[in-house]
Design a protein around this ligand. Sequence first.
Ligand code: SF4
Length: 325
Amino acid sequence: MNWESYLRGLEEKSLKGEITQGDLLKLAEVPTEYLPLMVYHAGKVKKYFFGNEIEFCSIVNAKSGACSEDCKFCAQSRHYNTKVPVYTFLEEEKILKGAEFAQKIGARHYSLVLSGRSASDREIDKMGYSAQRIKEKFPKLKLCFSAGTLNGEQIRRLKEAGFNRLHCNLETSESFFPKIVSTHGWRVRYETLLRAKGLGLETCSGGIFGLGETWEDRVDLALTLSKLEVDSIPLNFLIPIPGTPLEGQQILSPREALVTIAIFRFACPKAELRLAGGRERVLGDYLGMANFMVNAHMVGGYLTRAGRDPQDDRKMVDGIGLKLL
Ligand code: SF4
């Protein structure tokens, strides 16, 4: 196997939109000494469409815990005994404070995230009102929402209120999804994304890795998101949460995480890849290396865990010469 010509070929096929399942699956076998070359070619794909720019995004957990669903990785499911805070819709002022913090740490996108399978009409009203207030006070922030599976009318109202982007993770391949979630199907998430696209909203959808899925599942998800032409793909890495069914799961190695990121980069050259939950612990010393393949980092903390100091992320991207948007 000539790994140099294979990796160069991946870059060329990616730029032409001709990548195949077989091309991507082969990446799982890339020898350790070729990892820097893999990052180099994936980085060239990123640079071709996005230059040396990178951005931060930030989220607020606007409704936490007590979720009816049983996603095996999630601290917020009421099926599991975790120590996550439980509250209904966060006070308006706290949501605004989150927006202020997002702007202060240099985030370009700010997302309101609600636990639960979907949102009630009352919650949609509250989200809409929050969006209007955030837009008034922080007009530069782009607004996203993540509220499970929504119908067209709910999505339309949120768009009218000022949200730019809908987030709904597919999490993993359609075939592996039932091993992780039994209370709803993968399709309802997929259809929510289709509805948002049909209504002209930007879409953000990715997954979580390290659930016990295979390389085929990762490639399958990457190709699905490529076909869907989502604007943004968050990549999360499982950090097992005590009390959940996956509490004993081994975390991915930095090597597996880097290869996973490269798979998504080559499969979805025009999508913004964002490193999200688990990035610090799973990538460890190799987080900086991943910078070259991605467009964004989620900074300032995650839904149920604190993140690292945003200043460290700032230093990481400034120090390497990337341009923070
Ligand atoms: S991932 Fe979302 S839907 Fe699944 S248990 Fe967690 S909050 Fe509920």
